[in-house]
Design a protein around this ligand. Structure first.
Ligand SMILES: [Zn+2]
Length: 110
């Protein structure tokens, strides 16, 4: 018998455009409007955890822990213009690829 619906499983996860250490703004959900540093990135589930955002109480409230947020609900914060932005990609004269703010063309350095 044929198995249920074919699903794409083996494709490598697309890059999220958000990396560990980036500053992001939460655009939706319980922590909407909060900004914080990206603590973890999960490219497979397309989720990130953001410092002080989406806090969950675990172990009966003894511990607080950042819960994962889908990348579509966060946006990068530009270090240059301070606004939430989408990152473009550019190649520097020395050949390294970097991300760049689409608003003000500040490059995101790491
Ligand atoms: Zn900018």
């Amino acid at each position: 018998m044929r198995k249920v619906a074919l699903r794409k499983v083996q494709e490598p996860p697309a890059p999220l455009g958000i990396r560990h250490g980036d500053m992001v703004k939460v655009m939706a959900g319980r922590s909407k409007g909060k900004t914080g540093k990206v603590l973890t990135v999960d490219p497979v589930k397309r989720r990130v955890t953001v410092e002080h955002a989406n806090i969950k109480n675990v172990r009966g409230g003894i511990l607080e822990k950042e819960g994962p947020i889908h990348v579509s609900n966060v946006m990068l914060l530009c270090p240059g213009c301070g606004k939430h932005t989408r990152a473009g990609h550019t190649t520097l004269p020395d050949g390294t690829k970097t991300r760049v703010c689409r608003r003000c063309n500040t490059t995101f350095e790491h």
